[in-house]
Design a protein around this ligand. Structure first.
Ligand code: PRX
Length: 658
């Protein structure tokens, strides 16, 4: 019996993996989709014709913008492209909060639920668009009274509670630039980010629930603020009611602050290309880069892609199960859904707490119609087994989504069969912090191939280039984007050179994504992972060199090299090779100390799974540590030519240590 089932599973996977085998979304989904309606209105008959027409990007983005945003003053020009800088909707006066909140007020939508909140301990809240509007206005007025002005930066260090979107929107409303730091990051990671952007105010909470425990966010914030000269005030929301350390000159309780503030606050009329937020992400250097996004193009990009890919309608209950601390949450929990007037679910805690069916319980409770999550979460649920899923109905679901890492066909099939009950198409969306919006993703009319993010969204021109910059098919190459898109980053905060260097120096006037991809004969894209030294752990992006910097900041460490190793659940896990300083004795205890040290420096998500001590690391003659060689050796692969190394014997050290 067991063997039979295994055989059957293998067969299905084999069939699915055949690239010619297409999964056609159900006819009713296709016919009733938002994109089909738009195509009908524009006399477009087929998916291919839509992609072809949308190659005129100024026409396409100009046209779709009419359905999702309302300018205070219309743009004079759709696009100004001066590589590597693009300005979209040039000359328009705008504020994204006008579309996310203001426009709903005074319409029947003001009484619609914007967010269902489910706390980890089981407490719930329901916020309508009007509730959200009032809370945002009060906080916006409070920020103004604290002296926060247009262009000032505000750091936000909050967990998955409604106050996180409220804080973001309050900043945006008055033209301040928010910089959210993921609540799983450490105090030192927070410090680095608020100092880089020079935040004037930081918003946090006492503590929050995670896996039945409380995470002391205020205490961590205090640690960060010990060396953060730009920060004048710290606003603290009471989530758990815990006692917290208090600095009378600096700290303010959220509730006290907003109590007497007016319920109306004028929305600052911005230029469409004024900055909306900074979000730090990992790159190939040790320092995170502050990706800047803007009000206008970003609004058009996120709202259009959400409306089309996930087909959001007025009666949908949308659950993007990512954290708002990452771009997925910014674009598809906060700005995209609110612009569309959607109802979303926000869940505070761990997916398997208190039991592995917490998510399925939430789906039934709120009648979630669309679920968007990561392959890592799917693999976690696979591990727990189907029994946990079978206890629940899940018949409200009509579409599923995946993001953050390539989805392996086994996970795709499990998701498709057990969660979607072979009824719900899976939208595998490829994009990045920098792109702000989906770039390669199916529409509900797109035939699917499990494991492929399918084709570029209309208006996006992607290719796979070889080393010379020629488009290639059926072979791995560099994923590039040929033309600008509306939610394209403005650059890095305070570092224009690095922006040019990172994305635009490999091929002239073409955006280098940093991923390896393959394009098949049907024009479908198969993402294969990062091309550069960036790790993808559970869909979280971590720079190898960031972890290395954290390790060498330990007084006993001389040098470190960090590689990613395939991991059944996380996709990739972190393995560190460490050279200790003269006279330091290696020990098991020291390994633990180093793992903990990285967690303190960066946050638990970056804690290495394995730490190995070596006497030397393979290097080039110019002293560059050869991670590629280390990785190949550690994984038992061919290391290639090592004759250019200054110390080829160090390669054997890696094998011995592991
Ligand atoms: O390597 C790609 C991977 O995640 C990277 C972007 O990470 P980040 O900026 O943190 O944003 C994550 C959420 C959008 C990409 O360069 N990635 C993201 N989505 C996919 C993916 N890899 C394969 N398939 C995807 N659907």
């Amino acid at each position: 019996m067991v063997i039979e089932m295994a055989e059957e599973k293998k067969d299905t996977i084999a069939v699915l993996l055949e690239e010619k085998r297409l999964f056609h979304p159900p006819e009713d989904i296709v016919e009733n989709s938002n994109v089909k309606k738009w195509m009908n209105e524009h006399g477009i008959e087929t998916y291919e014709e839509l992609l072809e027409k949308a190659k005129d990007i100024e026409w396409f983005w100009g046209e779709v913008s009419k359905d999702v945003v309302n300018w205070y003053e219309p743009p004079k020009k759709i696009l100004e492209w001066k590589p590597p800088y693009a300005e979209w909707f040039v000359g328009a006066k705008y504020n994204i909060v006008h579309d996310a909140l203001d426009k709903h007020i005074g319409t029947p939508r003001e009484n619609k639920v914007a967010y269902y909140f489910e706390g980890e301990p089981g407490d719930t809240r329901k916020l309508t668009y009007k509730d959200l509007y009032v809370r945002v206005n009060k906080l916006a007025n409070a920020l103004k009274d604290l002296g926060v002005k247009k262009g000032d930066r505000v750091g936000i260090y909050l967990p998955m509670i409604p106050e996180l979107p409220i804080a973001m929107l309050a900043c945006a409303k008055i033209g301040a630039i928010h910089s959210v730091v993921f609540s799983g990051f450490s105090a030192l990671a927070l410090r680095e980010r608020i100092n880089d952007c020079g935040a004037k105010v930081v918003i946090t909470c006492d503590s929050f629930y995670r896996r039945g425990k409380k995470v002391p966010l205020k205490k961590q914030t205090d640690e960060a603020l010990k060396e953060a000269p730009s920060v004048e005030h710290c606003i603290v929301y009471r989530r758990t009611g815990d006692e917290v350390p208090w600095n009378k000159e600096r700290d303010l309780w959220w509730d006290d602050l907003i109590k007497d503030k007016p319920e109306e606050c004028e929305t600052e009329k911005m230029d469409a290309n004024d900055p909306l937020f900074i979000l730090y992400t990992s790159g190939t250097t040790g320092k995170p880069k502050g990706v800047v996004h803007r009000h206008g193009g970003y609004a058009v990009g996120v709202a259009t892609t959400l409306k089309w890919v996930f087909d959001i309608k007025d009666d949908d209950i949308w659950w993007c199960a990512a954290d708002i601390g990452w771009i997925t949450g910014h674009s598809y929990i906060v700005y995209g859904p609110l612009i569309l007037g959607a109802t979303s679910v926000i869940y505070e805690g761990a997916p398997d707490y208190p039991k592995p069916d917490r998510w399925w319980e939430i789906i039934d409770k709120y009648k979630v119609t669309i679920l968007y999550t990561s392959p890592t979460s799917i693999r976690l649920f696979m591990k727990y087994g189907e029994e946990w899923v079978k206890k629940h109905d899940l018949s409200s679901l009509r579409l599923l989504g995946s993001v953050g890492e390539p989805i392996n066909p086994e996970a795709w099939i499990w998701y498709y069969k057990n969660i979607g009950k072979e009824r719900c198409p899976i939208m595998d969306t490829w994009w990045q912090t920098e792109t702000g919006q989906f770039m390669i993703a199916p529409l509900p009319i797109t035939p699917l191939k499990p494991g492929s993010a399918t084709k570029p969204f209309p208006g996006i021109q992607a290719e796979v280039f070889d080393a010379e910059g020629k488009p290639i098919k059926n072979a791995g190459g560099n994923l590039v984007i040929l033309k600008p898109w509306p939610a394209m980053l403005k650059g890095f905060y305070g570092d224009p050179e690095r922006y040019k260097q990172t994305y635009w120096s490999r091929y002239p006037n073409v955006y280098l994504a940093g991923d390896v991809a393959r394009k098949d004969d049907d024009g479908y894209f198969w993402l294969q992972g990062r091309a550069d030294d960036v790790l993808n752990v559970s869909g979280h992006r971590i720079g190898n060199s960031e972890v290395e910097s954290a390790l060498v900041s330990h007084p006993k460490v001389a040098e470190a090299a960090v590689i990613g190793k395939p991991h059944e659940l996380k996709g990739e896990c972190i393995v560190a090779y460490v050279v200790l300083k003269e006279g330091v004795e290696p020990s098991k205890q020291l390994k633990e100390e180093l793992r903990e040290h990285v967690a303190i420096q960066m946050g638990k998500i970056a804690r290495p799974d394995e730490v190995w001590f070596v006497k030397d690391l393979p290097k080039t003659r110019s002293g560059k540590i050869m991670r590629r060689v280390i990785r190949a050796k550690a994984l038992g692969q061919d290391v290639g030519d090592t004759s250019t190394l200054a110390n080829p014997e160090a390669v054997e050290e890696i094998a011995r240590a592991t």
